[in-house]
Design a protein around this ligand. Structure first.
Ligand code: C5P
Length: 220
């Protein structure tokens, strides 16, 4: 008999980068591969959950048994996340762009023969995790990620409080994590930090889903 600790639960996962359009041919992006978020969605489905995966632009196969919604920008991601509620668990893994272009040019911005460089004004994007934390439909277990290069646990602890998440999965990205296959994480909860050894992203995903199952079952 298969171990299905998340049977009957709805798990919402965000993954990948966002693309913030500047004009019809240009955008602001980041180097997120989406691998960790897709692995978490796959592991949640294997644990018996109904899984909604809201994915930014990535080159990855949809995991078996996962409902996938593709989006481009942070604002589209927020709308897709809100449309997917209610959820028992939300794991926000996406590397959402902090800023978008303040004005979206309807036509391609042309190079000026005078050599003038166009300004790029930025506007702040919505924080999807913080928005969910304040939502009347806040998921019962709300988990954020934090990529840090130093003081990993201290920064993640502050982020947990600031954003209103239950857990922050802090990953040390001082090495070769972005696009790579391994990850070293710390699970920052209300009571402290659980430090996990370095392991492949697929194993981080399975261990996190196992830990989520334990939390749902026992309340800690
Ligand atoms: O503040 P920082 O970007 O490091 O926070 C990372 C966490 O917040 C991740 O869980 C990420 O998915 C989430 N986030 C978000 N919306 C944003 C920025 C970050 O949901 N605009």
């Amino acid at each position: 008999e298969k171990h299905r600790p998340l049977y009957g639960k709805h798990v919402l996962v965000t993954a990948g980068p966002t693309h913030e359009p500047i004009d019809p041919v240009r955008y602001i992006a980041n180097r997120s591969s989406g691998k960790q978020g897709f692995a978490i969605a796959a592991a949640a489905a294997q644990a018996g959950a109904r899984v909604t995966l809201v994915a930014g632009p990535v080159q990855l196969e949809t995991p078996a048994g996962v409902d996938r919604f593709d989006v481009e920008s942070a604002r589209e991601m927020l709308a897709a996340v809100e449309a997917a509620l209610p959820a028992d668990v939300a794991v926000m893994v996406a590397a959402v762009a902090d800023w978008r272009a303040a004005d979206l040019a309807e036509q391609k911005i042309k190079k000026d023969s005078s050599g003038e460089v166009p300004p790029l004004a930025l506007a702040e994007n919505p924080d999807i995790l913080a928005t969910l934390a304040k939502s009347p439909q806040r998921p019962g277990l709300l988990i954020g990620f934090a990529a840090e290069t130093e003081n990993v646990v201290a920064h993640a602890t502050a982020k947990r409080a600031r954003k209103g998440a239950d857990w922050i999965v802090a990953n040390d990205v001082s090495g070769d994590v972005m696009g790579g296959d391994a990850n070293t994480v710390h699970i920052v909860t209300a009571v402290g930090s659980e430090d996990w050894p370095a392991m492949p992203k697929a194993q981080v995903a399975r261990a996190l889903i196992e830990r989520i199952g334990q939390e749902i079952e026992t309340g800690n």
